[in-house]
Structures are given as C-alpha cells and as structure tokens.
Design a protein around this ligand. Sequence first.
Ligand code: 5GP
Length: 110
Amino acid sequence: MTLFEKIIAREIPADIVHEDDLCLAFRDIAPAAPVHVLIVPKTPVPRIAEADDAALVGHLFLTAAKLARELGIAETGFRVVANNGPHGGETVPHLHVHLLGGRPLAWPPG
Ligand code: 5GP
C-alpha cells in the first residue's frame, strides 16, 4: 500500500481540501509554495507514464484548476505538475498532480 493509499484510507492524517469519487486532494506536508496541494487518484496508478485513463487524468487537472480558484491563486497564476521517475523528481509511486501557487515560480525548474 502506498503512502497516498494510506492517506486515502485515512490511516495517515492529511489536511484534505477536496474529495470526490475519483480523487483526494490534500496539502503537501513540505510545501514548496504558499499553496501546495497534491491531487491524487483513488485508483493507484503508479505514475503518469503508466496512466491510460484520459478521463481520470483530465479530472485531476480540472480539479487542480478548480482548487486554484477556490484557494485564491487563479488570478495571480499557478503551476500544475506531475513528477515522473528519478529525473522527474518522483518520490511517491502513486500518481499525483502538484498544484503550486501563491508566489512567482521560477522557470525552468532546477
Ligand atoms: P513527488 O516528489 O513524488 O512528486 O511528490 C511527493 C510529495 O509528497 C512531496 O512533495 C512530499 O512533500 C509529499 N509528501 C510526502 N510524504 C507526505 C505525507 O505524509 N503527507 C503529505 N501531505 N505529503 C507528503
């Protein structure tokens, strides 16, 4: 069971900001920006490279945009990112979309 499955099962506490049939969204434990939320599918797909459900992946992105509006960062701007594999910076092998905002974000990433 991945860490995020344990959070979905409420075995590990998290600051949950959204839940629906397909996903759970909660604040990152080590925020990299004033707003840093992880949007996680309830189906444990390991990473975007192995995802095949376009509706689910689209739902994660649209949920990120909805949360950006609700959390007050839609107008100033935000970033939605999925880290994949060692070079991508993935540390939890359960697909998740990061929603980051609340400050200017550098590009390109390090
Ligand atoms: P990744 O590096 O795989 O793209 O993202 C994993 C994220 O999960 C990291 O930003 C990390 O801070 C976050 N994280 C790791 N453990 C926990 C935890 O127990 N609770 C929460 N809310 N976030 C976590």
